[in-house]
Design a protein around this ligand. Sequence first.
Ligand SMILES: Cc1ncc(COP(=O)(O)O)c(C=O)c1O
Length: 408
Amino acid sequence: MNNIPFLDLKAQHNELMDEIIETIGENARNANFVGGPLVEEFEQDFARFCGSKYAIGVGSGTDALRFALMGAQVSPGDMVITVPNTFIATTEAITQAGAIPVFIDVDERTGCMAPDKLRDYLETHCYIDMHQGVTINKITDKPVKAVIPVHLFGQVADMDPIMDLAHRHNITIIEDACQAHGAQYFSQKRQSWLRAGSIGESAAFSFYPGKNLGAFGEAGAVTTNNEQLANRIRMLRDHGQVRKYIHEIEGYNGRLDTIQAAILLIKLRHLPRWNEMRRECAARYNELLTKISGVELPYEPIWSRSVYHLYVIQNVQRDTMQQFLSQKGIGTGLHYPVPLHLQKAYSVLGYKEGSFPVSERMCKDILSLPMFPTLGYEQQQRVAMAVMEFNDSQRNGTSEDTFSNANQ
Ligand SMILES: Cc1ncc(COP(=O)(O)O)c(C=O)c1O
């Protein structure tokens, strides 16, 4: 029996390969490598897709976050709030902008930033300096400049209350939408469905190959409705240039390659269908796994239309379950096994085990099952069967030694 990969990019690209090879060849023949009309065309199409005015193509999702922070005038010594259960790029961007990351815990059911914990942090640990109109942390006496909610696994965080709190405290919201291309959020306040990337002051997207919209290498984008911010980010990505060799600020080498833009333009046309296929896969998993006791399924509130970048279940026997599935030839992933506040890289921040119990528990229990648009029903049945078998073996006290023969 064939193995079931965690992610199958080859199958997704098969149908587009001729068109993609043709555009790579054409751009190579014409030596179109940096900038040009294809980058602009992709930026316009991607901005339209997200429902925002501007998109600025950059070198990666990490660049997108860093430039969004710097563009919003986040400066050395400022504090930026985010969550501990995200990829380290979120906090790398904060520290590389010179700011200090502050963590708050996540919502138990969605795994995204918990608005009540944000309120708690702002009201208990901070005060508003009325003269300067900034929120100051009471202990460090430093300004809290930005909040980065992470749209985890393809699902938008609960943005209405987060936006309200940010406005009240004069704090910029930068969406980390690196996992959420096309995800939607129903805003009670605005009485409409909003796309990830159109809600905060700006948003960062990653086009790393495995993302819902992936390049053939590194790529990313910032979206925003703010023209001034868009112009500043355009400068930041291109050595601070306003035009060739005229540098208004010191910037970075963080542009989107032309060939990546050309590939992304082709793939973007298929993204709505691929996202719909992912949602269908998620619905099938929900049906197949619903009766398995001890397995918690992803929670999608009524205000959310997730694009299921990942399909993540939770089980207290996560490690042995992962091992069992692996022996059955089923690929899985852990997103993420260690929360950022407990990483050695952030020991300097002084957090301890127990600081963020929800994130810590999730890191121990989560398991990402195979998820990609072309995942077939028969493959999903096999995954569900294996999860069920694992559960039965646990109940019947089957030892781990038995697992090692499970695939023979
Ligand atoms: C939540 C999150 N933020 C940021 C990033 C960084 O994106 P990139 O790898 O394109 O720099 C990623 C990518 O994995 C991500 O998942």
